[in-house]
Design a protein around this ligand. Structure first.
Ligand code: G3P
Ligand code: CA
Length: 265
């Protein structure tokens, strides 16, 4: 395939509540090459797909995700907040089936991707890795090992890349699972930094669209240094034109259908 890979950020999250099975199934239906999800640990050590540290924005619960057990989180509704915040172009027919808007565990997401009927890539972002030592990374590696995803054959339908803003997390992944591709996310560049090969074996750079706009030479330099470049979160037509013009390798977007249409796919 020519052109960038298209990744649905938190699922097809402009249309459906982020990080729910409904949003991921929609992204698969829309033809996204892959999906992105953030993972956090519950109090009893399960990896769940939630962006914020707290539950308040995206569920009817309150408090920290890490303070609750999986069983407690399973009682919550992760869909209704989105209907309340609905804007014109969002889907109004959120599935009545509550299993599609309950908490999504990483295992449930992996199960859905294996059932997709076609290859789907998965970008997993670890959040705040240093708070509990390397527990997130160790649990993630154990989960991926159980699914046979640490070093899968090239034709395996699910291929995983682990991403983080934290070089420490990237280094831990490198140590725990040397064969697993990693990406270093970049929100800003430290002044004076020379753009070159990424640290700790990361082969993918993940700059935010704000950084790409502010630093027009960044993507060409990252690519010239041998890195692949996946840009997040690209939702607006002008930004799409910018990153397509740069020849990026991946576009992470809340609106996969719009991006695929723009790419003529
Ligand atoms: O894909 C990278 C992007 O998700 C990073 O930002 O805050 O959406 O997790 P955030
Ligand atoms: Ca993320």
């Amino acid at each position: 395939m020519n052109g960038p890979l298209v990744f649905a950020h938190r699922g097809s999250s402009a249309l459906l509540p982020e990080h729910t099975l409904a949003a991921y199934l929609r992204a698969i239906e829309e033809g996204a090459d892959g999906v992105e999800c953030d993972v956090r640990l519950t109090r009893d050590g399960h990896l769940v797909c939630v962006h914020d540290r707290r539950l308040d924005r995206t569920s009817n619960g309150t408090g920290r995700v890490s303070a609750r057990t999986l069983a407690e989180l399973d009682e919550l509704d992760f869909g209704s907040w989105h209907t309340a915040a609905l804007s014109d172009d969002r889907v109004t027919d959120i599935p009545a089936d509550p299993s599609r808007t309950r908490l999504l565990t990483l295992d449930r997401l992996l199960d859905a991707l294996h059932d997709a009927g076609r290859p789907v890539r998965l970008l997993i972002e670890t959040k705040h890795p240093s708070r509990r030592g390397a527990t997130v990374e160790r649990t993630l590696v154990a989960t991926l090992r159980a699914w046979g995803l640490l070093d899968p054959a090239p034709d395996h339908p699910v291929q995983v890349t682990v991403m983080s803003f934290s070089p420490l997390a990237v280094r831990r992944m490198r140590e725990l699972a040397p064969g697993l591709p990693t990406a270093l996310l970049l929100e800003m560049l430290p002044p004076g930094l020379r753009v070159g090969r990424l640290p700790f074996g990361a082969r993918i750079a993940g700059p935010g669209i704000g950084l790409v706009r502010a630093r027009p030479q960044l993507v060409p330099k990252l690519r010239a240094a041998g890195n692949r470049v996946f840009v997040w979160t690209v939702n607006e037509p002008d930004d799409l034109d910018l990153v397509i013009g740069h020849g990026v390798d991946g576009i992470i977007t809340d609106r996969p259908a719009l991006v695929l249409q723009r790419l003529g796919r």
